[in-house]
Design a protein around this ligand. Structure first.
Ligand code: MG
Length: 265
């Protein structure tokens, strides 16, 4: 049976007056609910006059509510992007309803849902999901930023992208339009893997290799989350910084037949 442990931390950083990042999760309360799966989500809101806070909270809460209501057994690969799309619509409508000139709002969103032995990751914007296995971090998301797209096209190097002045300019975010391009992928997880979701306040300040080190060195996940936040604040601190850590304790191996799971002996 899939089992995991989880920790999260969020901090407004050393400069910002408020925290526009928002985190949430759906954890099964009893073992029978595990077949429905786990959900983790992290959003980094943008917008003046506290609109960023509204955007990130609205996105995450809409996503969590949709997951709780979803039909048992619906495939996560189709469910998660559909729920992110619904969250986009909600942020967009909330933005329209409260519109005073110049107070547009938007947010990034990265979410991962786990069931059996797989994780499905959906995202919009530059909040990231990494998989840490055997001390090595692998990004499971690609930033939806101008420099991210340029690096993908081979126009600039990954290093140039990481150092560019314009690295924070998003090409996609939730809340700008009625529809948004949600990027989704799914991956096998192994016992011992740690999934790390974070806002750019963390990945912009702490290199992936250092994040992997901190996570691998700390057996206590809460201590790891705290150390990651401290590392970001020590090295930068100009942005809100948030992290969710999910350590896989055991997985349930299943086979798939015509889109339905069946137990492997
Ligand atoms: Mg940020």
């Amino acid at each position: 049976m899939l089992d995991l442990e989880f920790a999260q931390a969020s901090d407004r950083g050393r400069v910002r007056e408020s925290n526009e990042d928002y985190l949430g999760c759906v954890l099964p309360e009893v073992p029978e609910q595990r077949a429905h799966g786990w959900l983790f989500a992290l959003a980094d809101g943008v917008g003046g006059q506290a609109r960023g806070e509204v955007a990130s909270r609205t996105a995450v809460e809409t996503l969590l509510a949709g997951f709780r209501r979803a039909a048992r057994g619906e495939r996560l690969r189709s469910l998660l992007p559909r729920l992110v799309q619904a969250a986009n619509e909600k942020v967009f409508e909330t933005g329209l309803a409260g519109k005073s000139r110049g107070a547009a709002m938007a947010t990034t969103l990265v979410a991962c849902a786990l069931r059996f032995d797989r994780v499905v990751v959906s995202h919009v914007g530059d909040s990231r999901c990494y998989s840490i296995r055997h001390g090595q971090a692998t990004a499971l998301t690609r930033d939806h930023t101008v420099v991210g797209e340029q690096a993908r096209l081979g126009l600039i190097s990954a290093r140039e992208a990481a150092e560019a002045e314009t690295r924070h300019i998003l090409t996609r975010s939730l809340g700008n339009a009625m529809f948004v391009g949600v990027e989704t992928s799914d991956h096998l997880v192994l016992s011992g893997d740690v999934l790390l979701l974070c806002s750019d306040g963390l990945h912009g300040a702490v290199p992936a290799a250092d994040m992997a080190d901190i996570v691998t060195r700390n057996t206590d996940l809460n201590a790891a989350a705290r150390e990651l936040i401290d590392a970001a604040n020590e090295r930068d601190g100009n942005d809100n910084v948030s992290v969710q850590l999910i350590r896989i304790k055991s997985v349930e191996r299943v086979g798939m037949y015509r889109g339905r799971p069946y137990k492997l002996a």
